[in-house]
Design a protein around this ligand. Structure first.
Ligand SMILES: O=C(O)CCC(=O)C(=O)O
Length: 279
């Protein structure tokens, strides 16, 4: 299966700031990834293990410590789609598993991803959000406002609310036209692509299944960290002749001690950027 985008899809992405659904992989393969993820969640659950898994899955750098996360970042079906937008040289800058349990009330408020990343307002990045379970309005799929990526970064305020999956519970502080939002419905194995300036949010999971999505943040080598002292990425296709990012290798096993040290270093550096304006 190849997910290379057509010229019309690329044009649509540039016009709307998002594109969906893109078929990234088949039923068997996505079922396999969900099983793998759920095995890892069980093995490293809070009760079972010193490395409680939730922090790693949502933290943004699971590809440093979990082979599964690095494999997803390097998946051919995903990369073919991303290459159509960013070119042949691709770095996975981050990965977050956004998981909502049935009835847990977790939401994501309206925000623009690039607000806190320190990467400027570049268009040389894209998020591929892969569904591991059905993403529907009932399960709390993402919602996008077409064309909103043409804004600069707008003001955000922090809520730190318990039920918000975002690190600062951040939300856009200007009016968002909810009625103009599109529900990004995806079947398992499909993905959406969105620009980092896209206004997006998602509601609670009122279905009986878990809502599991993995957001992989891709950049090409021209992007650079403008705020922090350094930044890190996994080279997943082509070459990086610019070297704005420190490369790390895909992990060989779960939670290798050396990878764990690097993971903590990366999280610290990313937090210095993400929370730079918080006293
Ligand atoms: O999974 C969600 O509901 C939100 C994900 C998100 O905000 C993102 O991928 O940027």
């Amino acid at each position: 299966m190849t997910a290379t985008l057509t010229a019309a899809q690329i044009e649509q992405f540039h016009r709307d700031g998002f594109l969906f659904p893109v078929e990234a992989m088949g039923h068997e393969e996505i079922r396999h990834y969900r099983r793998e993820l759920e095995t890892i969640e069980q093995r490293y659950s809070e009760e079972n293990h010193e490395h409680a898994i939730g922090r790693y899955l949502l933290g943004g750098s699971a590809n440093v410590v979990l082979p599964l996360a690095a494999q997803l970042c390097s998946h051919r079906g995903i990369l073919d789609a991303v290459e159509s937008l960013l070119g042949p040289d691709l770095l996975a800058w981050g990965i977050s598993f956004f998981i909502k349990e049935p009835g847990d009330g977790k939401i994501v408020t309206w925000h623009q991803d690039l607000t806190y990343w320190g990467l400027g307002e570049t268009s040389d990045q894209v998020t591929a959000w892969l569904a591991l379970s059905p993403a529907t309005p009932v399960s709390g799929c993402m919602r996008f406002v077409a064309g909103s990526h043409k804004n600069a970064v707008v003001p955000h305020r922090d809520t730190y609310s318990e039920n918000n999956l975002l690190s600062r519970g951040q939300e856009i502080a200007v009016e968002v036209k909810e009625e103009h939002a599109t529900n990004i419905e995806l079947a398992p194995g499909q993905l959406s692509l969105h620009h980092g300036l896209m206004f997006h949010s998602s509601g609670p999971n009122q279905s009986s299944d878990r809502r599991i999505g993995v957001a992989i943040r891709y950049v090409n080598p021209s992007v650079r960290q403008e705020v922090g002292a350094r930044d890190y990425a996994l080279l997943v296709r082509g070459a990086d002749r610019v070297r704005n990012f420190i490369h790390f290798a895909a992990p060989a096993r779960d939670f290798d001690p050396a990878d764990l040290l690097l993971h903590e270093e990366i999280l610290e550096d990313k937090a210095a950027v993400n929370f730079r304006d918080v006293s």
